[in-house]
Design a protein around this ligand. Structure first.
Ligand code: CMC
Length: 428
């Protein structure tokens, strides 16, 4: 196999190296293209652009493969916890017992917010979107962590990672408590990561909430499945911000903003709104799908389609099974699950979706799982953000540790006016 690529421009051939990834993925290194030829590449939406080399997550979209640091998502979903998976994603290997113990201790030590940070919540209106609060508060955390602004060794790196991963759940739960007018609950030092989050969400003074093992397990699973997903919109945003050498808090806060949109993490809210609409309007699933196909409505089947997965999304498969089992064990019957299952069946047999390779993605069944846990709809995307934090941190670290990293600075093809003169206001 040739390890160069020949491109002919204006009759002159140019050779570029072919870079091969560890799973034999091939790419053409065009980093010298502009210097040598004056041309740049144009790839709106980056479908064909490898923005970096990364060793964190591997996806094969045709085969429905997702691996964190080489380990299949199915194995992690079955055997791991979110905290262990987070360490794996950030550090590149499974932790030893001592490393796990140290990281868990650091998570516990960092679970509280600075008391002054708690008072920031009073500045938000009661109906403020929790994603806005989350992003603002992660950024505000940097004001309280001057010693974390320059991360120069692994020890500080682990402390900083523990701080964000631990405090993000405290902030998330506090934003929910504010929105419903209940007192903010302090984290409990004896509780594990997921139980502690659920405690801060659902306990009230003098009435302790304790989740069932099914609910804790489902939350662990949900967070594991969201822990990383290579160069998606929010992770690329984190890397973009990090490339200017911005600190980890600022970079992750930017990731939260990117995740918010309905085409990305916000899809988990949009899916439930779509299913609720169908239920309440009494519309048939097939009728809704016909409306989606008409296109003039700009309506999409939310929770369907993916830029990379063109066969199935392995996360959706795991979550669907988990949602089924959890609902059965908790004896909950959710009419939205029935509508979702009907919708999947109709869409998967419809030429429109078959031709475009549109399958349910992770967000299609995640909302059903979150509802069964009692998580309110406006917190769904926040849950995704808590889960994605290890992936953002791992990508931040990868870039930070790379001595060759440069500021991200794409080019553009300018399509605006050519040179024209300024016109004084009275002559316009
Ligand atoms: N419903 C109906 N048609 C769709 C959908 C959908 N959900 N997704 C894609 N299409 C159509 C699209 O209109 C286009 O049709 P045509 O070729 O006739 O113009 C074709 O399929 C290709 O779509 P695309 O927009 O070029 O695909 P993309 O890779 O740019 O977008 C996507 C990927 C996930 C943004 C898109 O599929 C979508 O908007 N899905 C719904 C939102 C969603 O569920 N997002 C969560 C993604 S997974 C978790 C995450 O990343 O956060």
């Amino acid at each position: 196999m040739s390890h160069t690529c020949r491109i002919e421009l204006d009759g002159t051939p140019h050779e570029f190296p072919v870079v091969e990834g560890s799973e034999k993925e091939l790419s053409i290194d065009i980093s010298t293209l502009r210097d040598r030829t004056g041309y740049i590449t144009l790839d709106d939406g980056y479908s064909n652009t490898g923005s970096c080399k990364s060793a964190v997550t591997y996806i094969d979209g045709d085969k429905g493969i997702l691996r964190y640091r080489g380990i299949p998502i199915e194995q992690l979903a079955e055997h791991s916890t979110f905290v262990e998976t987070a360490w794996l994603v950030i550090w590149g290997r499974l932790p030893t017992e001592q490393e796990m113990e140290r990281f868990s201790r650091r998570l516990t030590m960092n679970q509280m917010m600075h008391e002054s940070l708690r008072s920031h919540f009073a500045g938000f209106p009661p109906n403020a979107p929790p994603m806005a609060i989350l992003s603002a508060m992660i950024n505000a955390m940097s004001c309280y962590e001057p010693q974390m602004m320059d991360i120069e060794d692994d020890n500080t790196m682990e402390k900083a990672a523990a701080r964000i991963i631990s405090k993000v759940r405290t902030i998330a739960a506090a934003s929910y408590k504010m929105s419903i007018g209940q007192p903010l609950m302090y984290p409990h030092p004896e509780y594990k990561y997921c139980e502690n989050f659920l405690h801060m969400m659902f306990s009230i003074p003098y009435r302790e909430y304790w989740p069932t093992p099914e609910v804790s397990r489902a939350l662990n699973l949900f967070l594991i499945l969201h822990a990383d997903h290579e160069q998606n919109c929010s992770t690329s945003t984190v890397r973009m911000v990090a490339s200017s050498q911005a600190n980890m808090f600022a970079s992750c806060a930017a990731g939260v903003c990117a995740l918010w949109g309905p085409l990305h993490g916000g899809a988990n809210v949009a899916v439930i709104e779509m299913l609720e609409f169908i239920k309440q309007s009494g519309m048939k699933v097939s009728e809704y799908i016909e409306r989606v196909k008409q296109k003039d409505t700009k309506l999409k089947l939310m929770g369907f389609g993916h830029r990379v997965y063109k066969n199935f999304d392995p996360r959706a498969k795991i979550l669907k099974d988990a949602a089924d089992k959890m609902l059965a064990r908790l004896n909950i019957s959710d009419p939205l699950l029935d509508i979702a299952q009907q919708m999947e069946e109709v869409a998967l047999n419809d030429d429109y979706f078959i031709e475009r390779k549109l399958y349910p993605n992770v967000d299609f069944y995640s909302g059903i799982t979150l509802r069964a846990m009692g998580i309110p709809l406006n917190m769904f995307t926040v849950m995704f953000a808590i889960g994605r934090m290890p992936g953002w941190i791992a990508n931040w670290k990868e870039l930070h540790d790379d001595p060759k990293s440069r500021i991200y600075r794409p080019r553009q093809v300018y399509t605006g006016h050519t040179l024209r003169d300024y016109v004084p206001v009275e002559q316009r």
